[in-house]
Write a protein of this length. Structure first.
Length: 199
Protein backbone atom coordinates (compact mmCIF):
# COMPACT_ATOMS: atom_id res chain seq x y z
CA UNK A 1 0.00 0.00 0.00
CA UNK A 2 1.35 3.45 -0.94
CA UNK A 3 1.91 5.79 1.99
CA UNK A 4 0.69 9.33 2.56
CA UNK A 5 3.54 11.89 2.42
CA UNK A 6 2.87 13.33 5.89
CA UNK A 7 5.25 16.21 6.56
CA UNK A 8 7.16 15.68 3.28
CA UNK A 9 7.47 18.87 1.22
CA UNK A 10 9.96 17.71 -1.41
CA UNK A 11 8.42 16.65 -4.72
CA UNK A 12 11.40 14.49 -5.69
CA UNK A 13 11.22 12.50 -2.45
CA UNK A 14 7.50 11.87 -2.90
CA UNK A 15 7.93 10.66 -6.47
CA UNK A 16 11.05 8.56 -5.93
CA UNK A 17 9.74 6.92 -2.74
CA UNK A 18 6.36 6.29 -4.39
CA UNK A 19 4.23 8.19 -1.90
CA UNK A 20 0.71 9.19 -2.86
CA UNK A 21 0.78 12.42 -4.89
CA UNK A 22 -2.32 14.35 -5.95
CA UNK A 23 -1.47 15.50 -9.47
CA UNK A 24 -1.40 19.30 -9.65
CA UNK A 25 0.59 19.44 -12.88
CA UNK A 26 -2.40 20.43 -15.01
CA UNK A 27 -2.72 23.61 -12.97
CA UNK A 28 1.05 24.17 -13.03
CA UNK A 29 1.04 23.79 -16.81
CA UNK A 30 -1.78 26.32 -17.15
CA UNK A 31 0.10 28.81 -14.95
CA UNK A 32 3.38 28.37 -16.79
CA UNK A 33 1.77 28.90 -20.17
CA UNK A 34 -0.75 31.54 -19.14
CA UNK A 35 1.33 34.15 -17.37
CA UNK A 36 4.57 35.10 -15.67
CA UNK A 37 3.93 36.49 -12.17
CA UNK A 38 1.92 34.59 -9.56
CA UNK A 39 1.29 35.01 -5.85
CA UNK A 40 -0.41 32.35 -3.70
CA UNK A 41 -1.70 33.26 -0.24
CA UNK A 42 -2.71 30.30 1.95
CA UNK A 43 -2.38 29.34 5.64
CA UNK A 44 0.58 27.25 6.69
CA UNK A 45 0.46 23.49 6.01
CA UNK A 46 -1.63 23.91 2.84
CA UNK A 47 0.94 22.43 0.46
CA UNK A 48 2.58 25.63 -0.77
CA UNK A 49 6.13 24.36 -0.31
CA UNK A 50 5.38 21.09 -2.10
CA UNK A 51 3.87 23.04 -5.00
CA UNK A 52 7.01 25.18 -5.27
CA UNK A 53 9.17 22.04 -5.14
CA UNK A 54 7.24 20.53 -8.07
CA UNK A 55 7.50 23.76 -10.08
CA UNK A 56 11.25 23.87 -9.41
CA UNK A 57 11.81 20.31 -10.64
CA UNK A 58 9.65 20.95 -13.70
CA UNK A 59 11.61 24.00 -14.87
CA UNK A 60 14.90 22.25 -14.11
CA UNK A 61 13.80 19.56 -16.56
CA UNK A 62 13.66 16.55 -14.25
CA UNK A 63 11.49 14.63 -16.67
CA UNK A 64 11.67 11.27 -14.89
CA UNK A 65 9.87 12.67 -11.83
CA UNK A 66 6.79 13.54 -13.90
CA UNK A 67 6.31 10.18 -15.61
CA UNK A 68 2.62 9.25 -15.40
CA UNK A 69 1.49 12.77 -14.51
CA UNK A 70 -0.67 15.07 -16.65
CA UNK A 71 2.18 17.31 -17.76
CA UNK A 72 4.56 14.57 -18.87
CA UNK A 73 3.74 14.68 -22.60
CA UNK A 74 2.81 18.37 -22.68
CA UNK A 75 6.06 19.99 -21.50
CA UNK A 76 9.10 20.94 -23.58
CA UNK A 77 11.77 18.88 -21.79
CA UNK A 78 14.51 20.10 -24.12
CA UNK A 79 14.62 23.38 -22.18
CA UNK A 80 16.12 23.68 -18.70
CA UNK A 81 15.84 26.96 -16.87
CA UNK A 82 18.04 28.47 -14.14
CA UNK A 83 16.02 28.49 -10.93
CA UNK A 84 16.43 30.87 -8.00
CA UNK A 85 14.62 29.24 -5.08
CA UNK A 86 14.40 31.31 -1.90
CA UNK A 87 12.82 29.65 1.13
CA UNK A 88 12.51 32.03 4.06
CA UNK A 89 12.42 29.11 6.46
CA UNK A 90 16.20 28.95 5.85
CA UNK A 91 16.89 32.69 6.21
CA UNK A 92 17.81 34.54 9.44
CA UNK A 93 15.88 37.79 10.00
CA UNK A 94 15.86 38.87 13.66
CA UNK A 95 17.17 42.27 12.52
CA UNK A 96 17.30 43.99 9.14
CA UNK A 97 21.10 43.63 9.17
CA UNK A 98 20.82 39.90 9.76
CA UNK A 99 18.20 39.63 7.02
CA UNK A 100 20.35 41.48 4.48
CA UNK A 101 23.40 39.40 5.42
CA UNK A 102 21.43 36.16 5.01
CA UNK A 103 20.01 37.27 1.66
CA UNK A 104 23.49 38.23 0.50
CA UNK A 105 24.72 34.75 1.47
CA UNK A 106 21.81 33.27 -0.47
CA UNK A 107 22.63 35.29 -3.60
CA UNK A 108 26.30 34.31 -3.35
CA UNK A 109 25.57 30.61 -2.85
CA UNK A 110 23.17 30.60 -5.82
CA UNK A 111 25.81 32.28 -7.97
CA UNK A 112 28.40 29.68 -6.88
CA UNK A 113 26.02 26.82 -7.63
CA UNK A 114 25.63 28.01 -11.22
CA UNK A 115 29.27 29.05 -11.65
CA UNK A 116 28.50 32.75 -12.00
CA UNK A 117 30.84 35.50 -10.79
CA UNK A 118 29.30 38.65 -9.31
CA UNK A 119 31.02 42.03 -8.95
CA UNK A 120 28.42 44.30 -7.33
CA UNK A 121 28.47 44.63 -3.55
CA UNK A 122 25.10 46.08 -2.47
CA UNK A 123 22.42 43.40 -2.04
CA UNK A 124 19.82 44.70 -4.56
CA UNK A 125 22.38 45.33 -7.31
CA UNK A 126 24.07 41.97 -6.64
CA UNK A 127 20.71 40.19 -6.86
CA UNK A 128 19.95 42.01 -10.13
CA UNK A 129 23.35 41.02 -11.47
CA UNK A 130 22.67 37.38 -10.54
CA UNK A 131 19.41 37.36 -12.51
CA UNK A 132 21.01 38.94 -15.57
CA UNK A 133 24.05 36.66 -15.60
CA UNK A 134 22.04 33.48 -15.04
CA UNK A 135 19.88 34.43 -18.01
CA UNK A 136 22.93 35.11 -20.17
CA UNK A 137 24.83 31.97 -19.16
CA UNK A 138 21.90 29.56 -19.51
CA UNK A 139 20.45 31.12 -22.64
CA UNK A 140 17.06 30.83 -20.95
CA UNK A 141 15.24 33.30 -18.75
CA UNK A 142 15.27 32.80 -15.00
CA UNK A 143 12.62 31.16 -12.83
CA UNK A 144 12.24 32.75 -9.38
CA UNK A 145 10.44 30.90 -6.58
CA UNK A 146 9.95 32.51 -3.16
CA UNK A 147 8.43 30.48 -0.33
CA UNK A 148 6.93 32.30 2.70
CA UNK A 149 7.89 35.76 1.44
CA UNK A 150 6.28 37.36 4.52
CA UNK A 151 7.81 35.21 7.29
CA UNK A 152 10.34 37.88 8.35
CA UNK A 153 7.49 40.38 8.69
CA UNK A 154 5.06 38.15 10.56
CA UNK A 155 7.72 36.99 13.01
CA UNK A 156 8.68 40.60 13.80
CA UNK A 157 5.18 42.03 14.29
CA UNK A 158 5.75 42.63 18.02
CA UNK A 159 8.71 44.94 17.42
CA UNK A 160 7.53 47.86 15.29
CA UNK A 161 11.01 49.30 14.71
CA UNK A 162 12.46 46.00 13.51
CA UNK A 163 9.32 45.33 11.46
CA UNK A 164 9.69 48.64 9.58
CA UNK A 165 13.40 48.05 8.92
CA UNK A 166 12.81 44.49 7.72
CA UNK A 167 9.96 45.65 5.52
CA UNK A 168 12.22 48.24 3.89
CA UNK A 169 14.95 45.67 3.26
CA UNK A 170 12.48 43.22 1.72
CA UNK A 171 10.95 45.95 -0.42
CA UNK A 172 14.35 46.80 -1.91
CA UNK A 173 15.04 43.12 -2.55
CA UNK A 174 11.67 42.35 -4.16
CA UNK A 175 11.83 45.49 -6.31
CA UNK A 176 14.67 43.82 -8.21
CA UNK A 177 12.32 41.06 -9.36
CA UNK A 178 9.97 43.62 -10.87
CA UNK A 179 12.81 45.58 -12.45
CA UNK A 180 14.36 42.51 -14.10
CA UNK A 181 11.18 41.33 -15.80
CA UNK A 182 12.92 41.00 -19.19
CA UNK A 183 15.24 38.33 -17.76
CA UNK A 184 12.54 36.27 -16.06
CA UNK A 185 10.49 33.37 -17.38
CA UNK A 186 8.29 32.66 -14.36
CA UNK A 187 7.93 34.11 -10.86
CA UNK A 188 5.94 32.37 -8.13
CA UNK A 189 5.68 33.59 -4.53
CA UNK A 190 3.82 32.20 -1.54
CA UNK A 191 2.86 33.61 1.83
CA UNK A 192 0.10 33.70 4.41
CA UNK A 193 -0.76 37.38 3.99
CA UNK A 194 -1.54 39.66 1.05
CA UNK A 195 1.57 40.82 -0.77
CA UNK A 196 0.44 44.39 -1.50
CA UNK A 197 -0.32 45.09 2.16
CA UNK A 198 3.17 44.22 3.31
CA UNK A 199 5.54 45.34 0.56
Amino acid sequence: MRMLPIGIQTFEDIRKEDYIYVDKTKEINEMAKGGKFYFLSRPRRFGKSLLISAIKDLFKGKKELFDGLYIYDKWDWSKKYPVIHLDFATIAYKTSEQLESSLLDFVNSTANKYGVELSNNALPSRFAELIEKLNKKAGERVVILVDEYDKPLIDNLRDKEVYVQVKRALHDFYQVIKAKDAHEKFVFMTGVSQFSRNI
